[in-house]
Ligand binder design. Sequence first.
Ligand SMILES: Nc1ncnc2c1ncn2[C@@H]1O[C@H](COP(=O)(O)OP(=O)(O)OP(=O)(O)O)[C@@H](O)[C@H]1O
Ligand SMILES: [Mg+2]
Length: 185
Amino acid sequence: MTGGSGDQVDVTPRPAHPPNPTPQLAPPPLLILRTETLAPEQTTAVGSRVGGLLASGDLVILDGPLGAGKTAFIRGLAQALDVAGPVTSPTFVIARHHRPRRAGGCGLVHVDGFRVTDISEIDQLDLDTDLAEAVIAMEWGTGLAERLTGDRLSVRIRRSLDRAASWRSIEVHGHGGRWAGVHLP
Ligand SMILES: Nc1ncnc2c1ncn2[C@@H]1O[C@H](COP(=O)(O)OP(=O)(O)OP(=O)(O)O)[C@@H](O)[C@H]1O
Ligand SMILES: [Mg+2]
């Protein structure tokens, strides 16, 4: 005879390991730079400072609304890396390759994910191969480019209705060990 509810035994079989182990949480991104600009040239200059940190294999993902200044920022990356060709919005192609001007230099691949609807379009670009000898900078790349490499920079550009039309805030975060301890004053 069993007693009250206090005597009931839970006979549900328990798996040897928890069925849903807690996923390994990635370390939080670290702030490398936060600044404001009031002209496109200033945004390009900020890009140039960030570009000074970059080497082949680095991935930069840019996020911000239409006309935020993502291309202006990448223009600065191109200056710092000293690559050939004007940096313009790659409207009719998804990716544009800029070769290094100096032998042994690092190239730049400028990718625009704005019209990308399927991640297979990114796979077809073979960006893994490009990373061996270039920096990849991708506009509208959030959700598309992260899997290329564990380490990356994310650049977030914002504008505000409360501010001058030319005001932008720029935040650069580093993700992964490559960027640990890196900070721009
Ligand atoms: N502080 C600023 N920084 C950058 N661009 C600015 C700034 N103030 C005004 N602008 C203007 O904003 C526009 C930015 O254009 P840009 O092509 O760089 O933006 P984008 O984010 O790449 O846009 P899209 O999403 O269409 O690719 C340019 O017309 C530029 O002159
Ligand atoms: Mg652009």
